[in-house]
Design a protein around this ligand. Sequence first.
Ligand code: ADE
Ligand code: ZN
Length: 338
Amino acid sequence: MNAFLRDIPKAELHLHLEGTLEPELMFSIAQRNGISLPFESIESARNAYQFTDLQSFLDIYYAGANVLQTERDFYELTRAYFQKAARQNLRHVEIFFDPQTHTDRGIEFETVLNGIYYALKEAKSEFGISSKLILCFLRHLSADAAMATLEKAIFYQDKIVAVGLDSSEIGHPPAKFKTVFDRARQNGFLTVAHAGEEGPPEYIWQALELLKVSRIDHGVRCLEDEKLVERLHRDRIPLTVCPLSNIKLCVFDSIEKHNLKQLLDRGLCVTINSDDPAYFGGYVLENLEAVQTGLNLSRQDIVQLAKNSFTASFLPEDSKQAYLEEIDDFVASFSEVE
Ligand code: ADE
Ligand code: ZN
């Protein structure tokens, strides 16, 4: 089954670039930039990755991101992710980046974007992995700060497909960013938002009604509201679910208690993603392995999840169709050799 999970063509739609910073690279960039880290060694960094909730993770995640300063740093970070993605047969990725985490430290928006973008182009030619960029606003900061970031992004619309909302969820409802998202949509950006990770179903409603999102990131708390499930189903709104993240941040007690299978069985368009793989113990393949084992998923479930990852993407229709056919061909040829 592992070869099946590894080799089936798949996409990742919920991946924070800053969350792919493995301790080895963190230490090497910190040394190059003369920055001291709050960890003594690579091993002690990994040992510190014990979280009790989203905020306890974010504190460490933002500390790690401080090492990133130059275009080269952002390029190396992005390249390292694509090398891993290629080994797991990721064919398309939609990557979040948090410019405010960097511009608030005096790093230019262009430094961040150019470094990332160079690696995206290279990944397309080197690995054949297509990609899109999603700019996330930090919701613990003000709507004015988000608006100022959006004004920057408008200059680079050819490189950024959508805007999203991440960071501390509780106490920062989507409604806080309605005006920012209105302006983003008027300027042609698609929209997504983290909602219903720790926050209540009401935040998912707000993301749909006020921010007019195309997808909900996480959204696992939707099952608490039957009308919401019906709405997500009716409008085919995808949920980008991140199982290992949910366990690490104590959203569920164990993988066996995760509600992914229920979401699938309700016919929702759920996808499997790694969120912040360097901090949560795995990339997409490890997430698939965890849910396959922990929830006893069938091969049909896995195929559905892989297909959903393309259906839910921001790829054009013809590319989606081509990937769906590739999956069918893969399944047929895999069955033959068994
Ligand atoms: N930023 C990085 N990972 C996040 C998550 N899981 N939720 C909210 N903000 C994040
Ligand atoms: Zn996330």
